[in-house]
Design a binder for this molecule. Sequence first.
Ligand code: SF4
Length: 433
Amino acid sequence: MKIYIETYGCQMNVADSELVTSILDNSNFKIVREIDEADIIIFNTCSVRQHAEDRVLGRISNEMARKQTNKNLKIGVIGCMAQRLGENLQNQNKGIDFVVGVDQYKHLPEIISNIFENPHFESETMVNNKEIYEDLYPIHSGKLNAFVTIMRGCNNFCSYCIVPYTRGRERSRPADEILKEIENIGKKGYKDITLLGQNVNSYDFNNVNFAELLRRINRIETIERIRFVTSHPKDLSDEVIAVMAESEKVCEYLHLALQSGDDEILKRMNRGYSADHFYTIVQKLRKAMPEIAITTDIIAGFPGETEEQFQRTYDLMEKIRFDYAFTFKYSPRSGTKAAEFTDQVPEEIRLTRLQKLIDLQQDITLQKYREQIGKTKQIYVERVSKKSAEEMAGKSRDFKITVFPGSKELIGQFVDVKIIDAIGWTLKGKILE
Ligand code: SF4
């Protein structure tokens, strides 16, 4: 049977789709890249915002039309939305054949076989806070970069976030399994890996902490570059910063979500750090790695946010000068604590504040990119440029897309490129002979 998987949301979901691919492949299902070929369509979904859920529901409704011409077609939903809504999803769309939550993917082959044998609706969404999918190795979709999940779940309960409810409690994969997986994917030709977890800094398995895990991964010869997401400012230790600085494979890049520059709002968000603490970490990171690029997430208009509190966020962004910021207007997520706060900020104020942050960050990002002109960067060549067949594109160690004249044979190689221009958020350069 042929299965098509459509993935929404964060890198964790991309990694989970690769895990599901592996589980299904082990049971002799065939994963196809064209939806037209599929006997089963699986939507791997995201619940982080209502908009994300509405979008998937729209896609599911569209694809239901296929059942009129293909009576045997089955459609399933997995991921955070499956976990959050469970069998209620069938009330939203009667054509859904199965719903499987994030801890129950091992049962997918059996569930799919069952509904083909005897057509009925199945739902399996039990939370299993111990599930780490031991001894299962994902089949990676890309050819050059690979995500490696090092832990699952989250214990932090930030007041705006649904993830601890959909992905359960934090648990780390055994270090030996992670090292084995990375060594093997390196042998297959992947040189660039991204370690994944909701809060990688709190990785802990049998007294191996995240710093020690990074040290060990850095010693694996088959890979060249290591990045990781997501880091939590309250758990990013001096030890991790030191290991980042001394490990030649760990890239000079870090995504560190600030969310707000105001201490009172940070407290209401249940983030567990102050604006000062965040700023101190940034200073330590830049001292240890002067070339580090730091990106962030910011929420505009969190419940109760006053003009002064918003201004503190704006000022801190101006002071830190992130390389890039993913900015969002606060949107209430039902089931979270913040959605119940009674002092929600009106939509138009949220939007105005968001726009201010976007404008500010756009200027800073452009300046940051222009500051790269004249530097030489090591680029991992990943593809032909979208704009010209004569140009190649790849990423620098600080995660900036760089385009330069070159040929396809360079894909998968590392080249030194001198930066000669910055156009929008793309660097332009030429290879050094
Ligand atoms: S750390 Fe906070 S924002 Fe991140 S997944 Fe956990 S609860 Fe959500």
